[in-house]
Design a protein around this ligand. Structure first.
Ligand code: ATP
Length: 551
């Protein structure tokens, strides 16, 4: 497939709004692709470059791209930025700028889809001191060969903002339709392989290949997540349930083969180097090849510490903090997904737990299995008394469903209303806080677009403000008087007393008594609160108020 044909397909998809129409367009393209093209097409059309399990990163920021576009089009970087601001979209801007170039070049060699992918791999794999310069040269070369329409989608893919409205669900349906396989099989294979590209390649060979998929060691799978719910509701629905402490730490997935091991974070980043202690403990904990799921917590004087702050402190001055404060990193293992070549995610949780118990030499997360509300409530109270967040209730008969926030894991914790919001701007502080940011503008999202929702100025200690300043200072985009705006990278958890309808912020709501709770660096900007969920919360609040008035 030529890259221009891929770009044309993107153009067609961008103009299509109906999901079924999109699925039809994609499913018509898939059967005509070679084995090599199929995975690339599937990832690209979802705006991804590499497999989801892969920690490979392109490493191209907006600046580098704008510079390369400017070079190829024969204009200054500032003009590229002006064009983007004028058109409101980097793709359109690049397309228009490359039209300038195409008026002066006569020779064009067709770019192939797979060739573009290989060039992107080369860009990603450029490392070392001069890597930014080398990446820049490779991007220039790629753009110099691109037609304007190709530039439009290439630029968006490189910045990870393709935004043609094609989600994983649509691609799943399109793969199923194209190759005549059941979409639940495609979904299951995607959960195990964590790469829709590879899944599509298997689907092409038929249903049997999809049924046979196995988890691969060192290809992390997405984490299973939890919903809110109640103890009584779970007992009513399932009878016997399993309750574990809900640890306030950092999620991990541990992969081990022989004496080689890696640790992945909730975002599936390889964090092996950051937690040598934990790796050591887990390595010694079993003689088998395994994938384990768990939560690492920081313990000081026998009590759990707020974990994110510990981790950041560790990163800054590792041994000093450890020696001075005697903080212990404790992994709590609660699930097993793979054992000696066997994929376990389809086994019931109670079976997985048995396997886990049989292969581990270290103690694993304690569990209370019962159908008595009283007993589970006692576990909940014990959890809070011991300084944990609450409990997790798990259905003993349930499979492990990677990436899903289903009804088989339910979290029970004390009610506090908080929102995870992106930090998009700030104002400098005053007095002794004049050298750091003092108040922050935070935003929710509407389909990827950020909508300002509130200012947050309370709840910070001086130490936290210094830390936040450190994390934000290199992401400043614009400065105007006391105000700055940021390239959104950081997520705050913000507590509030009430949601109010408001015209002061673009989101249409404002927070009463917003208060900083903590930094959520286990969350991406894509994971922040959506405007729909805020509307739903607002509606619940209105309903509760009305019910209260009636009584
Ligand atoms: P949210 O994602 O809604 O902000 P959260 O970060 O607590 O909340 P949830 O999906 O609600 O995520 O809860 C699951 C998380 O709880 C896991 O990702 C894990 O980090 C943590 N956790 C702590 N203890 C356990 C446990 N025993 N079993 C499973 N997850 C646990």
């Amino acid at each position: 497939m030529r890259f221009q044909d891929f770009a044309q397909t993107c153009g067609q998809l961008e103009k299509t709004s109906g999901r079924l129409d999109m699925i039809a367009i994609i499913s018509q393209v898939l059967p005509g692709l070679t084995d090599e093209e199929l995975p690339v097409f599937v990832r690209f059309v979802m705006g991804r470059i590499f497999a989801d399990w892969s920690s490979r990163k392109l490493g191209i920021g907006p600046n580098l791209l704008y510079e390369a576009v400017g070079y190829v089009a024969g204009v200054k970087k500032e003009q590229v930025i002006d064009k983007i601001n004028a058109t409101g979209d980097v793709g359109t801007a690049v397309e228009e700028l490359l039209e300038l170039k195409s008026q002066t070049t006569f020779f064009h060699e067709d770019l192939e889809l797979v060739q573009v992918y290989n060039e992107l791999i080369a860009i990603a794999d450029t490392e070392g001191k001069k890597s930014q310069r080398e990446k820049g040269l490779l991007v220039r070369r790629l753009l110099a060969n691109a037609l304007p329409i190709e530039g439009r989608y290439l630029a968006r893919i490189m910045l990870e903002e393709l935004r043609i409205g094609v989600g994983e669900g649509s691609v799943r349906e399109a793969v199923a339709k194209a190759f005549g396989v059941d979409s639940s099989l495609v979904e299951h294979a995607q959960q195990a392989l964590n790469d829709m590209g590879e899944v599509a390649r298997l689907a092409k060979t038929g249903a049997a290949a999809l049924e046979d998929v196995k988890i691969t060691l060192f290809h992390p799978v997405r984490m299973m997540l939890a919903q809110a719910g109640s103890i009584a509701g779970m007992i009513e629905e399932h009878g016997e349930i399993a309750a574990e402490f809900k640890y306030d730490g950092s999620r991990f997935q541990f992969h081990k083969k022989g004496n080689w091991a890696r640790l992945y974070s909730r975002r599936l980043e390889d964090v092996t180097a950051a937690l040598p202690d934990v790796i050591g403990q887990l390595m010694g904990a079993t003689d088998h090849d395994v994938i384990l799921d768990g939560e690492v917590i920081a313990i000081k004087d026998g009590r759990p510490m707020p974990f994110q702050s510990v981790l950041r402190r560790f990163r800054r001055r590792h041994d000093v903090a450890e020696a001075q404060e005697k903080i212990e990193m404790v992994p709590n293992v609660f699930d097993i997904l793979y054992l000696d070549g066997e994929t376990l995610i389809d086994l019931p949780f109670s079976e997985r737990r048995k396997k886990l118990e049989s292969v581990m030499k270290m103690s694993i997360a304690p569990q209370t299995v019962s159908s008595s509300q009283e007993i589970i409530e006692k576990t909940y109270n014990d959890a809070l008394a011991a300084g944990h967040e609450g409990i997790m209730i798990k259905v003993p008969s349930s499979p492990y469903t990677p990436g899903q926030r289903g009804k088989n894991w339910i979290k029970i914790k004390p009610e506090v209303d908080t929102l995870d919001l992106a930090v998009i701007g700030a104002e400098w502080g005053e007095g002794k806080r004049a050298h750091v940011f003092g108040s922050f503008l935070v935003a929710c999202q509407n389909q990827g677009k950020l909508l300002p929702l509130s200012r947050v100025a309370t709840g910070f200690s001086d130490e936290q403000l210094a830390e936040v300043y450190d994390l934000l200072k290199d992401t400043v985009e614009r400065k105007a008087g006391k105000e700055v705006t940021f390239e959104p990278t950081l997520v705050f958890e913000v507590g509030y007393a009430e949601l109010q309808a408001s015209v002061n912020y673009e989101a249409g709501f404002a927070l009463r008594f917003p208060r900083f709770i903590r930094i959520r660096d286990d969350k991406d900007i894509a994971d922040i609160e959506t405007i729909e969920s805020i509307r739903a919360r607002y509606q619940r609040q209105v309903n509760t108020a009305q019910a209260y008035e009636k009584n």
